[in-house]
Design a protein around this ligand. Sequence first.
Ligand code: GTR
Length: 420
Amino acid sequence: MKYLLLFLFMIPMLALLWGQDANYEESQVPAYVLPSIFSEGSLANRSVLDWEKRRAEILTYFEQEVYGVTPPMDFDISFFLKDSSVCMGGKGIRKQVQLVLSRADTSLAIDLLLYLPTGGKSPVPAFLGMNFHGNHTIQADPEIFLPSSWVPNKEAWGITDHIPLEEARGASQSRWPVEMILDRGYALAVLYCGDLDPDYDDGFQNGVHSLFPEMHEGDRRATAWGSIGAWAWGLSRAMDYLVEDTAIDGRRVAVIGHSRLGKTALWAGVQDERFAMVVSNNSGCGGATLFRRKFGETVRHINTRFPHWFCDNFNAYNDQEDQLPIDQHMLLALIAPRLLYVASATKDQWADPKGEYLATVEASRVYSTIYNRPGIEGAMPDSQFVRRGDKVAYHLREGKHDITAFDWENYLNFADLHWK
Ligand code: GTR
């Protein structure tokens, strides 16, 4: 009897955890009012200066209420080139660089894997992104270093005790079309997110959080950075290296991410204006979609399953989305006037493709009104489409939650329009 009661009590909790209580009906989306990009009045007649002032205020809301505060730049960083070899039949150079971050007597090592195209003009533009399981998963190449950090278990790859295995080499290669990227004249740089912060809730003891323990102490706890903040910080540290590498054009670097790492790419791109282009692939809740639509994953779902992704203050918005001082169209707007690309997939309803589209349309008003660069507008078609403004683009791909060659081709086409 006792167990039966416990079981009955747990059913709603499990439904919440697995998102079975999520809304997937457009007719059930509540009426909502988005916070306006300017606190008072419309966008018309605002200058770039007005926007820059407002931009700083909005950025503070995201720090204080959503992702947490990033620590100041008081740490040391050094780079060690551990490998430089010709690869892919001469099409590319593979470099592996270790980034060592240190502060007081603590340090953290991160592996950056970089592919440079050969034969074209140098320096080249680059895409920088993070992977979920280790750099060795992006190509079936025995020379890529296995991570020395914690990796998520994955039965399909035989990983059961958080230790990376040889068998996973190339397991995610469909997500990283290295050869196509090189053929198009771009470099690709990747990092493993777990090198920065293992993706589980340990009260912020491990990863880069251990270098900045004071961020989680006393009054600062509620606004301390979570894992998304730590991963985003890692992308900026990779950028510290890329701007030093003379083979890369530091003014043409795109930061890209899929899913939780798409949320991360957006937050990195917002904070670090060295990124000239920001690509969000199926980033969903806490990424490009609007919280207030409560379609698919909601604030409560995400905070329940991933309590370590955002700052503690964000918990106050579980089922209280309308109380948020921001919504995600404002996050996207903070990328302006740099290049912004948001992409969704038809079968990825958990990430709310329509919310991602609407947020992009709203954000693109900053591009069109403040910067005089045509944005994107119009109703959203039901099936696959690509829509480009001048500096903002969006596409909906047929298929599931993933990043595919179709997605990459469109990101490269958009980058070509501006950079080639
Ligand atoms: C899901 C999560 C999403 C998305 C995804 C991913 O479980 O609910 O917000 O980030 O994981 O990263 O694959």
